[in-house]
Design a protein around this ligand. Structure first.
Ligand code: MF3
Ligand code: CO
Ligand code: CO
Length: 246
């Protein structure tokens, strides 16, 4: 899992540094395909349930599973980039929402709160805790900041396939016994946070999930290993990013 996750983290970093105003999400997905290949990996999303792209690129009110299109990104947009790669039989899954050249203070606050909710969730990923401890930590922080947590999509175990047990919701489902976390488990924790209401819908393309009220949405994700002690975030970038100057 470690090498696969390192590739995923590195590719995500490379994509984040590549994005500029005026680019289309198609160009970004093409770049991602190139980088994934350069690392000797394959997209774990392409072909998964017939998903047609290498990455998920979700712009502004798009929540997750945005498809690569000829849509041009403009200054101030936010785009959620989700990367899943298969490397030597294992999968790393990681996502981040970035601004295109910069964004409003309001949008940046949504990104900051969503990212922080991920790290608060990760802090609960310890043996002795349950999945519910992660869910509650994320939900509490998001709602205390006036945002809402998406219900229809959740984090998950990850290993030789993208989506494994257990499910890792970003909210309290009200179930009595959520799974216990044990050393050796690898899980993807991935809060999807809406600036407005929690409800989402799927567009006619069959994939793109958007907020019903058209409010902005952000998504951050890491693949995390449960250890005997502190959680190990496995999807960091392997090496310092390339220069941001084009
Ligand atoms: N991004 C999702 C996740 O993190 C999986 C996307 S599957 C795809 O779990 F087929 F939509 F790409
Ligand atoms: Co993902
Ligand atoms: Co995931």
């Amino acid at each position: 899992m470690r090498p696969a996750c390192a590739v995923a983290g590195t590719v995500l970093e490379e994509i984040a540094n590549f994005i500029r105003p005026g680019m289309t999400t198609r160009q970004i997905d093409n770049f991602a395909a190139e980088r994934i290949k350069a690392h000797g990996a394959r997209s774990a999303f392409l072909g998964y349930r017939k998903y047609p792209c290498h990455t998920c690129l979700s712009v502004n009110e798009e929540v997750v599973h945005g498809l690569a299109t000829e849509r041009e990104l403009k200054f101030g947009d936010i785009v959620s980039v989700d990367v899943g790669v298969t490397y030597k039989g294992f999968i790393g899954d990681t996502a981040r929402t970035v601004s295109v050249g910069g964004c409003s203070v309001k949008a940046q606050r949504l990104l900051d709160v969503t990212e922080q909710s991920l790290y608060l969730g990760i802090a609960q990923a310890k043996p002795g805790n349950r999945v519910l401890d992660i869910s509650q930590a994320v939900q509490r922080y998001v709602e205390a900041n006036g945002y809402s947590v998406v219900r229809e999509f959740v984090g998950h175990g990850v290993g030789r396939t993208v989506h494994e047990e257990p499910q890792v919701p970003n909210f309290d489902e009200g179930k009595k016994n959520s799974p216990k976390l044990k050393p050796g488990m690898t899980i993807a924790i991935e809060p999807m946070v809406n600036a407005g209401r929690m409800e989402v819908k799927i567009l006619k393309d069959g994939w793109t999930v958007v907020t019903q009220d058209a409010s902005l949405s952000a998504h951050f994700e890491h693949t995390v290993l449960i250890t005997d002690g502190e959680p190990e975030i496995m999807t960091w970038a392997k090496k310092p990013s390339a220069s941001k100057v084009a």
